[in-house]
Design a protein around this ligand. Sequence first.
Ligand code: ADP
Ligand code: MG
Length: 356
Amino acid sequence: MARINLEHIRHAYGEKPKSEDDYALKEVHYEWNDGGAYALLGPSGCGKTTLLNIISGLLQPSEGRILFDGRDVTNLSTQQRNIAQVFQFPVIYDTMTVYDNLAFPLRNRHVPEPEVDRRVRETIDMIGLAGWAKKKARGLTADQKQKISLGRGLVRNDVNAILFDEPLTVIDPHMKWVLRSQLKKLHRQFGFTMVYVTHDQTEALTFADKVVVMYDGQIVQIGTPAELFERPSHTFVGYFIGSPGMNVLPASIDGSNVTLGPNTIALDFQPKVAAGAKTELGIRPEFVRLGREGMHVRVHKVEDTGRHKIVRAEFAGKPIAIVVHEDAEIPAEPRVTFDPSAINIYANSWRVGREA
Ligand code: ADP
Ligand code: MG
């Protein structure tokens, strides 16, 4: 188990990067605490797998250093770094039995056979393949193979860290839930540092103590699920987390007043905004109150999700989403107010804080 420091990591796949656009990772500088459970969340192509492979040693970064407990491991292999990694697709030996596949990482490290047996049996139970131990991997289904892959990552309990790269993509929803709670339990039991990559926000938010959000080769926010929801640091995080995502509306700022079309709202803080910056107001659909008082809004459409209604409307010439209670009535002349404590202000897409 180790504390992992990534120091000014940059990575370009091509030989001679010409511009920032050629970098899959632009600048990642971050400390993963010893024993932390992290979810790495971001859209496809933002650099999650690249970052994971750099932590594990499968990939050498173009620039920067990796430290484990303060020791420079940048030039060490995955095996030397003592890391387990589980990939999106099964990485197993087809000609071996389920049992031997799981025993392999232990035998490879000369673990005594009675202990190999104990750990393999525990792992087989955990991944739900009891009864399949003697079967050759070749004949199994894709999700059974992926469970073996997962088991191979989990069978050792002496690793510095376990890295998961969207490991449950091919697993059915119920088993996904079962395996995820198993991972949580193991993490509590053994305290390994765990990084779990996903593009699924629900998976990330239910799984981790800390969610690290990546966008375009950078980490844009690190926070608890509540922090990501309430105070998205970047408009991208606002769109990406929550469904529907945060409303982001063009706004002009004057002291602590914010103006959107014909409406001016007094903020409970004074954002510091550089002259000429593009300014926007962010408000989650859950914190827009629809009623008979406040600012004009034009309702276009009401979607019923079964749990609540999503009202699609036009506000100050821009589309806005409003989440209302399942039983809420839409007034004939609807108006809106924004919960002041839920307003975020953005300058050039980055949040300017109330703490500033
Ligand atoms: P993610 O895992 O978040 O989907 P990746 O780390 O796989 O993102 O990819 C980040 C960027 O690097 C993407 O633009 C992708 O096309 C590029 N990339 C990934 N792997 C390679 C590779 N082997 N060669 C060239 N470009 C790559
Ligand atoms: Mg990936």
